[in-house]
Design a binder for this molecule. Structure first.
Ligand code: THU
Length: 191
């Protein structure tokens, strides 16, 4: 049976948001028109979570570009991520390995930490492209640690994780699907 969350990578789905390329210096900015309505005003399209197919594909392209920067001489597994804020800005990340192995950082956390360190707290979606040099169309879903970092800042029911291969094919999950029944800030609240 066809997976309703699986995209074709061929584009063309008309969406509820219109994205424009902004004129910022340095990082490219995507403007989300209608974002002022906030999460409550956003239409969730079945199969694409918080973003439409066109936006998913733009994010995948940015994740692929970020993957080119991956520093992964030990695993030779190269990962790029592109994180979309509620305001329409994109923060990219790559995996950064270390000779001591343990200090290595995943692409997703690089993107999140870049964004949060710039004052961002509200996120809609992340695209992830991960593969070795000889990609055979494989997908890299985020590791458990990265899922937990996402859960710190994102709503499980609608934060959208776009998992793509190097051919641009992809499938989509909500954070809640990837990390059900997770531990979060609410668990620390005194009753
Ligand atoms: N990696 C990521 O960057 N993201 C993932 O979702 C999975 C794994 C990195 C960590 C390490 O540098 C390499 O891929 C192999 O595990």
């Amino acid at each position: 049976a066809a997976d309703p969350y699986r995209g074709t990578g061929s584009g063309g789905q008309s969406g509820s948001f219109v994205y424009e390329t902004g004129g910022g210096s340095g990082e490219e900015i995507l403007t989300v028109l209608g974002a002022h309505e906030g999460f409550a005003g956003m239409k969730r399209e079945k199969g694409f979570g918080m973003v439409d197919g066109e936006t998913a594909e733009k994010l995948i392209k940015k994740a692929m570009e970020a993957r080119e920067k991956a520093y992964a001489p030990y695993s030779r597994f190269y990962v790029g991520a592109a994180l979309l804020t509620e305001a329409g800005q994109v923060y990219t990340g790559c995996n950064i390995e270390n000779a001591a192995y343990g200090p290595s950082n995943c692409a997703e956390r690089t993107a999140f930490f870049k964004a949060v360190s710039e004052g961002e707290r509200s996120f809609l979606a992340i695209a992830i492209v991960g593969a070795g040099e000889e990609s055979s169309g494989q997908y890299a879903a985020p590791c458990g640690v990265c899922r937990q970092v996402m859960a710190e800042f994102c709503r499980p029911e609608d934060f959208t994780v776009i998992i793509a291969n190097t051919a641009g094919e992809y499938y989509v999950r909500t954070l809640g699907e990837l990390l059900p029944d997770g531990f979060g800030a609410a668990n620390l609240q005194k009753t």
